[in-house]
Design a protein around this ligand. Structure first.
Ligand SMILES: [Zn+2]
Length: 336
């Protein structure tokens, strides 16, 4: 089974221009490294326009576009983004273009309703993860929203964004009530416990080691570290070594390494005593550089590097596991 365990959909702000700007600023480091923008300061609007990364032309991804860009995939995990403030603007998953059947004005407060509607549009393909922000209206409201998202809307898992929302996953007052509810509901929790290239991101809340407290207190919660904790890859792997209920997905990280680097990462994981069945394929589609086809080919041809270097190959069934069977097993789609 082929599964993309990390994708986004619809828009990120009611203000479409703000969504475009957000995406553009997140990829600033890439444009800068290509020599298209100044390396030592933030670009001016004129420099942005000249570089070709203007405010226009940011595609809106709906269910059809996501399926079109995932040929050969059986399942696509769509992640909600819960309400949060950035530069005084409320952002989060919205349906600014009326793609879903959710009625009324578009607002990030309905992020989980939009994701549920995407799943309804094609339940065979889409797997919906809710999102709550305990720093928005407090942990109590976040817990209620999580219950609603799972019990009423039928969503499958939870996505959390501590570093974007300025809270620590080690904070017992803010974070633990959410973990406790997720453990009780028996849903997997995917945490963006990794860096972000946005200048405003709060790296002090981003390290995967901050999940150790959750690992100690909630041993029955299935916790997935997003992006393999990039740039703290080894810290993330160590968390998987330590906590039997921890997993990771490799979106973003897989785009930043060469195929040889990907082979070495998988080999290193084994040396870290991390069974590869704890690792899931993901892309962070529709972000820049995150083409599901190219990235899945990178993974599935990784043994060409082993043959070239004369080093041990990764068994084919382990690669197939990362490509989707491991995640399907976690969700109970195929037997354990
Ligand atoms: Zn993402």
């Amino acid at each position: 089974m082929r599964i993309d365990a990390h994708t986004h959909i619809l828009s990120l702000a009611e203000n479409a221009e703000f969504t475009a700007e957000y995406g553009r600023e997140g990829s600033l480091c890439i444009y800068r490294s290509l020599g298209m923008l100044p390396t030592h300061r933030l670009p001016t609007e004129e420099e942005w326009e000249k570089s070709g990364f203007s405010r226009k032309g940011f595609p809106v991804i709906g269910p059809q576009e996501s399926i079109r860009d995932h040929p050969g995939f059986d399942k696509i995990v769509v992640l909600a983004v819960s309400p949060q403030f950035l530069d005084g603007e409320m952002i989060g998953t919205v349906d600014s273009y009326g793609i879903t059947d959710v009625p009324g004005p578009s607002t990030p407060e309905k992020c989980n309703d939009y994701i549920a509607a995407v799943v309804r549009s094609n339940p065979d393909v889409f797997i919906g993860f809710a999102s709550v922000n305990p720093n928005y209206r407090g942990p109590k409201k976040a817990v209620q929203e999580l219950e609603r998202a799972v019990n009423d809307l039928g969503l499958t898992g939870l996505k959390l964004y501590p570093m974007y929302q300025d809270w620590s996953p080690a904070d017992p007052v803010i974070a633990f009530p959410v973990f406790e509810k997720a453990e009780e509901l028996g849903i997997p929790v995917l945490v963006h416990q990794a860096g972000s290239t946005r200048v405003d991101a709060r790296m002090e809340h981003a390290n995967p080691v901050l999940l150790d407290a959750a690992g100690r207190h909630f041993p029955d919660m299935k916790l997935i570290i997003a992006h393999c904790g990039i740039p703290w890859i080894h810290e993330a792997l160590f968390m998987l070594t330590k906590h039997p209920n921890f997993y990771t997905e490799i979106s973003y990280h897989i785009a930043t390494v060469t195929r040889e680097g990907l082979y070495r990462f998988l080999w290193d994981a084994k040396q870290f005593f991390v069974p590869l069945e704890k690792i899931f394929f993901g892309t962070d589609y529709p972000g820049f550089l995150y083409d599901p086809v190219r990235l899945s080919e990178k993974l599935m041809t990784v043994n060409e590097e082993a043959r070239r270097m004369g080093t041990p190959e990764i068994p084919e069934h382990e690669l197939e596991g990362i490509m989707g069977d491991n995640f399907a097993r976690l969700l109970g789609l195929i037997p354990d």
